[in-house]
Write a protein that binds this ligand. Structure first.
Ligand SMILES: Nc1ncnc2c1ncn2[C@@H]1O[C@H](COP(=O)(O)OP(=O)(O)OP(=O)(O)O)[C@@H](O)[C@H]1O
Length: 357
């Protein structure tokens, strides 16, 4: 994609919400939410179906009214009672919502035409945006005659054409196949950063969230469970829900005595040094925290399955009958299903929550 520097595009604005709340028919779907999004940030709203992501996005857009007013500010200005057409937000949806009877260029220039921007200026701006999203050669194609990925880039260019203060994206890649999704999430992230626009991006795909977001707000039942940089959300999840929703994670339950979590079974066992007082606890760790050990290791588990990933292999291993762990080990050693594997766990990567989610 061409890396043209946008010149006329205004930087995005800062967004703040204070105790933003939404109920439908007496059921609260967004609990009071305080959000501060600095200008130019890409914030991803991540969470399972029904957790309130779209509701929060629609409130910011002005497509829903909050339960109380004066809750949303753009650069300090209260926009709670400003209708959508005056909020100056751009929107990109999963279903491209393009006009099928128009060309790519006509779609991109549509918002400018509605705003009565002169034809020459409109054409120049449209060309610039099409170059930016790598569609200059498709300007005169009908949108019905381009691919899904090209349609999504057309939708992005169209949303950016009106120079929005905020760009809101709701599962923009959900309708695309896996390969295209993976490519476009990198491209969209680069484009949004290049624009310097403030963007709120809704997805339920954690890999997409980590690739695109400057920060991720993980939502759980109408609340933000954690808002932080992708690395922090992944490595230092705020609660068990976040740990399980973002990436693969293992849980080990047992008693800690003299600083060691010990669980045992028939030939398989864990004696994991975790420190701290004697307690019953759950310890969490990610598959890549496992380290192969030739001397036995703190953990011994029976291999139930293995999957080759190239550089690594993912083993499913039973540490006690019924307690399965997923661990990633280098793929240059082969492990037989049914055999025992010894490994350690990077102590830095152990996660323990004082309160359960
Ligand atoms: N207009 C509405 N009337 C009644 N209930 C609604 C309305 N819109 C959303 N809801 C409810 O609010 C809750 C949150 O919905 P929302 O669409 O915000 O979730 P989401 O996280 O975006 O989910 P998904 O990923 O499935 O789109 C859901 O339980 C949904 O059924």
């Amino acid at each position: 994609m061409t890396a043209t520097k946008p010149s006329a595009v205004r930087r995005g604005c800062a967004i703040t919400t204070r105790q933003l709340t939404k109920s439908f028919n007496g059921t609260t779907v967004l609990h009071p939410t305080d959000l501060t999004v600095p200008a130019g940030e890409i914030l991803v709203l991540l969470g399972p179906s029904g957790c309130g992501k779209t509701t929060l996005l629609r409130l910011l857009a002005g497509l829903e009214r909050s339960d109380r007013s004066d809750m949303i500010r753009f650069d300090g200005e209260d926009v709670s009672n400003v209708p959508i057409e005056k909020r100056n937000v751009g929107m990109v949806f999963q279903s491209y919502a393009l006009f099928p009877n128009m060309t790519v260029a006509e779609n991109v220039g549509y918002g400018l035409k509605v705003r009565r921007v002169a034809a020459a200026e409109r054409a120049a701006e449209t060309r610039r945006l099409l170059a930016l999203v790598g569609l200059d050669e498709y300007a005169d194609r009908r949108v019905t005659a381009i691919s899904g990925g090209q349609r999504q880039r057309t939708a992005l260019a169209r949303a950016l054409a009106i120079k929005p203060r905020v760009l809101l994206l709701d599962e923009p890649l959900a309708a695309l196949d896996a390969v295209l999704r993976e490519r476009l999430r990198v491209e969209i992230g680069l484009l949004l950063r290049e624009f310097g626009i403030t963007a709120i991006y809704v997805t339920h795909d954690q890999a997409e969230a980590m690739a695109i977001g400057d920060r991720i707000a993980v939502m759980q039942k109408g609340r933000i469970a954690q808002i932080d940089r992708p690395q922090a959300v992944y490595h230092r999840p705020a609660n068990a829900f976040v740990a399980e929703f973002v990436g693969t994670v293992n849980r080990l339950e047992g008693f800690v005595r003299d600083g060691v979590l010990a669980i045992g079974g028939q030939g398989v066992a864990a004696r994991l040094p975790v420190g701290g007082a004697d307690r019953q606890t759950t310890i969490w760790f990610r598959p890549e925290a496992a380290r192969p050990s030739d001397t036995g290791g703190a953990m011994t588990a029976r291999i139930a399955a293995s999957t080759f990933f190239g550089a690594t292999q993912r083993l499913v291993a039973e540490v006690t009958p019924g307690q399965k762990l997923q661990i990633d080990l280098p793929s240059n050693r082969s492990f037989e299903v049914g055999a025992l594997v010894g490994f350690d766990i990077d102590p830095e990567a152990l996660i323990e929550f004082t309160t359960e989610a």
